[in-house]
Write a protein that binds this ligand. Structure first.
Ligand code: GLY
Length: 415
């Protein structure tokens, strides 16, 4: 009798969970057309604002700060996000206006196809040219991506088996690797599968394996910056806080890059070690990190004065997009948990608490992004704290499209 009662109660609990899931998902699904309409209006405003401040040297918008639109050159790590967001607007709305604008801004990236000044060429090209190739292929796009991948190999050390993130290619003192670098490996995967040959996948594997080995604590949380001894493979000179609160903290966006990066690597390689790494980091986020109820994290999960710290909507958008993809690769219960967390967070991000009011924030979408708070404290200026950031918008739109795909019975990537 008791057993029967437990079974009945468990059934009620499971169906209540399923109801909650479908209620939240239905709510988000119903909101999607309105969110994209509002996003498109905002980006028309952003384009208009850009007209008066963009220059040949700095053609892309990056953030809105102190009532001004800050623009950047193609060499900035964030240069691909604005064209990329317009590609996502095109993907959802199929309005040719966005294809035309996105194509125009994507073409500018030709200037950086051989750029070796940072490790971010994967971000810069995959978000712009990669999306362009997917949505409106042109013959020049594959060459731009292949050249970009080749440029990234110039920052690779055969001896260490790692790509150098920060610093000059030939710097002797430090060999700095940041967890964000995982994101650039998508370009290497693409190049290997599209005419570049094995070399790029080998570099990606070596970098990803070494990062998995050294860049994480036992609880799955990620360090931001490691300084490797470039003369002794495998030896780490120091751990740096980087954009995080301290070496013991967990910088929220860096941790999001880890979840996203290893999910992408599992998709591309089917190596289960990457899946396990993605799950471990996702579970840290869901179970152990200090994340507020709406899912939008503080800029560092161990920031000094939580709950009186800024949230970072960019970290929220990145991890949401990653969790939606990861939800396809894990058993049912975990999948439901990742998807529920992502849907809850997207509902929050698209609410008036975070979504810019029509006509405000220069035309950006998400308010309350944090780029580099310790940088602001150290320099007393800039630092991108509590501002709209173009990468927050990009991953927000990507996550919404991934959700729409999943809700429509497709894979997150729409296949
Ligand atoms: N380097 C990329 C970031 O700031 O997240």
């Amino acid at each position: 009798m008791k057993k029967l009662l437990f079974a009945a109660l468990a059934l009620v609990a499971v169906s209540a969970l399923a109801d909650t899931k479908s209620a939240a998902e239905n709510q988000l699904k119903g909101k999607l057309p309105g969110i994209f309409a509002r996003a498109a209006e905002q980006y028309r405003l952003l384009l208009k604002n850009l007209e008066s401040v963009a220059t040949e040297k700095k053609p892309f918008p990056k953030r809105w700060e102190n009532g001004e639109l800050v623009t950047i050159p193609p060499e900035d790590w964030c240069s691909g996000f604005f064209p990329g967001s317009m590609w996502y607007l095109y993907e959802y709305t199929r309005d040719g206006f966005w294809r035309t604008e996105a194509t125009k801004f994507t073409a500018i990236q030709d200037r950086i196809r051989h750029y070796t000044g940072n490790h971010d060429i994967g971000f810069m090209l995959m978000t712009s040219v990669g999306n362009a190739l997917r949505l409106d292929p042109r013959p020049e796009y594959p060459g731009m991506l292949l050249d970009g991948a080749e440029a990234l190999t110039k920052r690779y050390s055969e001896k260490l088996g790692l790509i150098r993130s920060w610093g000059k290619i030939d710097e002797d003192k430090n060999f700095l690797v940041i967890v964000d670098n995982l994101m650039n490996l998508e370009l290497m995967q693409w190049a290997s599968k599209n005419g570049g040959g094995e070399k790029y996948a080998k570099i990606a594997k070596s970098h990803a394996d070494k990062t998995s080995q050294h860049h994480f604590r036992a609880d799955g949380s990620a360090y931001h910056v490691l300084n490797y001894n470039q003369h002794t493979p495998g030896k780490i000179l120091e751990i740096r806080a980087g954009q995080g609160a301290s070496v013991d903290g967990t910088w929220a966006r860096g941790h999001s890059w880890a979840i996203y990066g290893y999910t992408m690597l599992y998709r591309e390689t089917k190596d289960r070690a990457y899946l396990m790494r993605a799950i471990k980091s996702a579970d840290y986020l869901l179970d152990e990190a200090e994340v507020p109820a709406d899912g939008v994290p503080y800029w560092d999960h161990k920031a000094w004065a939580i709950p009186h710290e800024e949230r970072d909507t960019s970290a929220a958008a990145i991890e949401t997009s990653a969790l939606l993809e990861l939800s396809q690769f894990v058993p049912t219960e975990k999948s439901a948990a990742y998807r529920a967390f992502a849907v809850k967070t997207l509902l929050a991000l698209s609410s008036d608490r975070y979504f810019a009011k029509p006509g405000e924030q220069g035309g950006f979408l998400l308010t309350q992004g944090v780029g580099h708070k310790p940088g602001k404290i150290a320099s007393g200026k800039g630092g991108e704290v509590n501002v709209p950031l173009n990468y927050g918008d990009y991953y927000f739109l990507e996550a919404l499209i991934r959700f729409n795909n999943l809700a429509g019975g497709k894979s997150a990537l729409g296949k």
